[in-house]
Design a protein. Structure first.
Length: 185
């Protein structure tokens, strides 16, 4: 059932993915327990489905549960915990909960720097995400500074032609143009 839900998810069939995802999660909770890794994965997958449907409150509820259990069972700096925190920060961002998104985003970025290193692709992703949060809170100068750091690292680590590097470069150019009052595409 989990594989079929994943197939529906990949096809963008959100209602079908949600229906099966709920069933998979409930069965996992019943058979494996709330804190089993497979249960947490099913909860995370369902939260992702909600996220893609724009059901932010439902996504947030599951993401908070997954994050809290992972913190307790795996530790606050475990990669799975950090991933959960990043997912929740992204949901907060989409809900316009800027303070919560920033607070979690800073924690994720700092812990990833510590745990994975400053140049790890996941660290760079968290850095880019935090830059977007800063930009959306009206702190353009800080956002640009952080995105510049992200772009330079991505160029060095991923290469100039990598999609993440190109995306960060486009954002940086756009933000700088906006700050200077120039239209940019």
């Amino acid at each position: 059932m989990g594989n079929l839900a994943s197939t529906y998810w990949n096809q963008g069939k959100w209602d079908a993915a949600e229906e099966l995802g709920v069933q998979v999660m409930e069965m996992a909770k019943e058979k494996l327990g709330m804190d089993h890794p497979d249960t947490l994965s099913s909860m995370n997958n369902l939260a992702s489905t909600y996220w893609n449907q724009g059901k932010w409150d439902a996504a947030e509820e599951l993401e908070v549960q997954v994050m809290e259990i992972r913190k307790e069972k795996l530790g606050k700096d475990h990669p799975d915990t950090l991933s959960s925190m990043g997912n929740l920060a992204s949901t907060y961002w989409n809900q316009g909960k800027w303070d919560a998104a920033e607070e979690l985003g800073v924690q994720v970025m700092e812990m990833m720097k510590e745990k994975l290193g400053e140049d790890h692709p996941d660290t760079l992703m968290s850095m880019g995400n935090l830059a977007f949060t800063l930009k959306d809170t009206g702190r353009g100068t800080e956002a640009i500074r952080l995105m510049e750091e992200c772009v330079e690292s991505r160029k060095r680590i991923l290469g100039l032609d990598h999609p993440d590097t190109l995306s960060s470069c486009r954002s940086l150019v756009k933000w700088k143009a906006e700050q200077e009052g120039v239209a940019s595409d």
